[in-house]
Write a protein of this length. Structure first.
Lengths: 311, 494
């Protein structure tokens, strides 16, 4: 591995892995501002992770090794995914033809581990949360894949023979002027998937304490200590990863200077976090059955983008 | 018409000897017939010897007249519940306390599972639904938020709820037994802590009953100050509930506003008496505190400012289509169901039933004036939310009018307290707390001490409505439905 590649890996990892909890802090501060509160410090998610890592974990006697493995598997899958998504038009440290399917597979693996752990607890709440998570994932995953496929086709790339980095690398302000409607459709689909997969309003309320209404949060009710820290950090990573994919479409500005491009991508993420804070402050949660409709819409937008480009 | 019970009015004592004692079967049939013809049951309880109680029933007959009748019980009595569902908790309560059996009761389970009572041994089974895809969800008694304890057992089919059974009793403190030793110096304190959010409602209702037995007449200013406190209590709770409803659907703007605004109304109560929940405002003979003109003027200004902010927060809430989509059609209680279950107060008014004690049987505090009656159709979360918003408007106007023109004179009449009550008498006080009808029934013995003090909080009637509202609903909407009723656990558990 060359020095340049090492530096690249270090910078990318620092941006993706270290910044992730900050985005949650920004979302929370934005919501607090809307509510007229001062809100928690921006670094509160980091403090929380630190606090949890220093604690011991409690395991229920009904759980098995599945429950203990899940946080590790989920975190490992998400960390690997973090190395596969390109930021600011620069290739990701890991990039190969068809890596998109690995990204989708790793996201699914993380979810699978969580769902198994949730079922392992034997609690009716976590089981219900797992059922909802899978229900919505079944609709969100195709929407994500189809929107990325549409993006690849639109940029005259091929999913099977090009990497995610190559597809996103081909984005430029020019593609926006040439195919704004198609790109907006893709961005729309990605935004809906982003909100749903990260359990944000209008799909899920990350702040609620009501077991019966939660989706994602209820699945991890039984985890504690470092396990919970892993899962919370995994959530932050997922927010970051899907955010990078969305910002890559909406902000395809290329200066040619790596540092500047990456800084722009980070700025885009910060803006996205603020936007999520605004959405959460202005919208209410949808009824659960409506969430499925919303995700169907995401799929429809993605398919429309695909068809628009093919025709 | 003594075969249907003695015609009585709230706050008017009768000699206990004058209450007609009926044969249990005739007693039951008369009440069931009256309730079926449009009446309802206000209170049903046992008094006297624990093992062989005399049942007291206060019900409203078809003409709207309240009637009080007794039936002696030896081991069992013919149950009312199968034909009069609103009696079901009352009968279970009597059975739990005395061991006497309501023959034919379809779901005879203890209400509070208090230790040492006849029915406390063993955990009774919950209603269960069998089938491949049916699953059971048990919630509580310990909840994720800082709220009161209660157990909810759902029978679900996927996300849909077939049946909800609610098991309470975790806050049973033996309030009625404590009160029955009185009257003494702690009597009013116990009454004020029956349900903390209805401090003034319970205190006023209890005091009106006690004053009737003491022969004390409260000066007009005392009544006005009580009404003022009662409406401020309603305002604080309604505003807080609207915020909580917004919070449950994740609508932050209204949730954040109303959290603060509830405090503004509580602080107005504190300006009256130094306590945000109105403790020690209501005293036998009147109120323990008075308001001078400067403070009344300052309170009017603060009320106007808070009311303005509430209007903004409410406009935001009902103006958001995504909120309306969540509220409309959720947790419906139909008007016939509300009639059968004997719902009271806000929950009944949101089903189109004009049930408001302030208008039907105005308590003394409201004789001089009362906010207009608000009745809405629909019976869903939206109706209960809108009803609160409307009542806030009406109550603000009423409170402002009271503060602008408080009757002159003293706020409290001289009254010896604690003092022996009229011996051998029976009286009941009726009040409209912010949730609904409050009933305090007092029976005195030959020495003028309290022999039996029965409390019926509106939550006692209305918890059944929550269970009904959930049928066929998504389980994820339970917190929203629950909040739309916002019933009291301790008021039920006593």
């Amino acid at each position: 591995m060359s020095l340049a590649a090492l530096v690249h890996l270090a910078v990318h990892a620092a941006l993706v892995f270290a910044l992730a909890p900050l985005l949650q802090g920004i979302v929370n501060r934005t919501k607090a501002w809307f509510a007229g509160r001062r809100g928690p410090p921006l670094a509160q998610p980091y403090f929380d992770l630190w606090r949890l890592l220093a604690k011991g974990a409690v395991y229920s006697t009904t759980t098995t090794v599945v429950f203990r493995l899940a946080p590790v598997v989920a975190l490992a899958a998400l960390l690997t995914t973090g190395l596969l998504v390109p930021m600011g038009g620069w290739p990701a440290p890991l990039a190969f033809a068809g890596d998109l399917f690995l990204v989708a597979g790793l996201l699914a693996l993380a979810r699978f581990a969580l769902v198994l752990a949730a079922l392992d607890t034997g609690s009716s709440f976590t089981g219900m949360g797992a059922s909802r998570e899978v229900w919505f994932a079944a609709l969100a995953e195709p929407a994500l894949l189809v929107s990325l496929a549409a993006l690849a086709r639109g940029l005259r790339h091929d999913l099977a023979h090009d990497s995610l980095s190559a597809i996103y690398g081909a984005m430029s302000p020019a593609t926006f002027t040439a195919g704004a409607p198609f790109l907006l459709l893709v961005a729309g689909a990605l935004l809906l998937v982003f909100l749903a997969e990260n359990g944000r309003i209008p799909v899920d309320d990350p702040n609620t304490h009501l077991e019966l209404t939660m989706i994602h949060e209820v699945m991890i009710l039984d985890h504690s200590g470092p396990d919970l820290a892993f899962l919370l950090y995994g959530q932050a990573l997922k927010l970051q990863i899907l955010g990078v994919l969305l910002v890559g479409v909406l902000l395809p500005v290329r200066t040619g200077v790596a540092a500047l491009d990456l800084a722009l991508a980070v700025a885009g993420l910060v803006l996205l976090a603020v936007a999520v804070g605004c959405i959460e402050s202005l919208l209410a949660r949808l009824r659960l059955a409506r969430v499925a409709q919303m995700l169907t819409w995401a799929g429809a937008l993605a398919v429309a983008a695909l068809v628009l480009e093919v025709s | 018409m003594s075969d249907r019970g003695l015609a009585v009015r709230p706050g008017e004592p009768v000699a206990r000897a004058a209450l007609p004692v009926l044969e249990p079967r005739a007693w039951r049939d008369a009440i069931v017939a009256d309730v079926a013809a449009g009446g309802r049951l206000l209170a049903l309880f046992g008094a006297g010897e624990a093992a062989a109680p005399t049942l007291h029933a206060i019900h409203q007959d078809r003409a709207g007249q309240l009637r009080w009748s007794l039936a002696p019980v030896r081991g069992s009595w013919p149950s009312l519940t199968s034909e009069c569902p609103q009696a079901h908790l009352f009968e279970r309560e009597i059975w739990e306390a005395s061991g006497a059996v309501p023959e034919g009761h379809p779901w005879l389970k203890p209400v509070r599972r208090a230790p040492g009572t006849a029915a406390s041994d063993g955990a009774p089974p919950f209603f269960a639904v069998a089938g491949d895809d049916v699953h059971e969800v048990a919630v509580g008694p310990v909840h994720a938020g800082v709220i009161e304890p209660g157990h909810f057992r759902f029978q679900c089919h996927g996300e849909a709820v077939f049946h909800l059974e609610i098991a309470l009793g975790y806050q049973h403190r033996g309030v009625e037994a404590l009160l029955a030793q009185g009257p003494d110096r702690r009597t009013l304190h116990v009454v004020e802590t029956l349900a903390g959010d209805t401090t003034l409602g319970h205190a006023t209702t209890a005091c009106e009953a006690l004053e009737a037995l003491l022969g004390v007449s409260v000066p007009p200013r005392g009544h006005a100050l009580r009404a003022l406190g009662l409406e401020l209590e309603r305002l604080a709770n309604h505003v807080g509930d609207l915020g909580a409803l917004a919070n449950d659907v994740g609508f932050l703007p209204t949730a954040a506003y109303c959290g603060r605004l509830r405090g503004d109304f509580l602080n107005l109560t504190a300006a009256l008496c130094g306590n945000r929940f109105g403790r020690s405002l209501v005293r036998v003979g009147g109120t323990g505190f008075d308001v001078d003109p400067e403070r009344a003027a300052a309170m009017r200004d603060r009320l106007a400012a808070a009311a303005r902010d509430v209007r903004d927060a409410v406009a935001l809430l009902f103006g958001a289509p995504i909120v309306r989509a969540r509220f409309e059609g959720t947790g419906v209680v139909t008007a016939p169901a509300a009639l059968d279950l004997g719902l009271v107060g806000m929950a009944a008014r949101a089903c189109g039933l004009p049930r408001d004690v302030r208008h039907e049987f105005p308590p003394l505090a409201y004789r001089a004036g009362r906010p207009p009656l608000v009745v809405l159709e629909g019976g869903d979360v939206m109706a209960r939310a809108r009803l609160r918003a409307e009542e806030i408007e009406r109550s603000v106007g009423f409170v402002d009018g009271l503060l602008a023109a408080l009757p002159a004179g003293p706020a409290r009449a001289a009254a010896a307290w604690p003092a022996p009550l009229a011996p051998g008498h029976a009286v009941f006080g009726l009040g409209e707390g912010w949730r609904g009808e409050l009933v305090h029934v007092l029976l005195t013995d030959a020495a003028g001490r309290i022999e039996r003090w029965k409390v019926v909080d509106p939550s006692f009637h209305n918890w059944s409505a929550l269970a009904m509202a959930l049928r066929g609903e998504e389980i994820s909407d339970f917190p929203l439905c629950n909040k739309s009723f916002n019933l009291s656990y301790c008021g039920f558990d006593l």
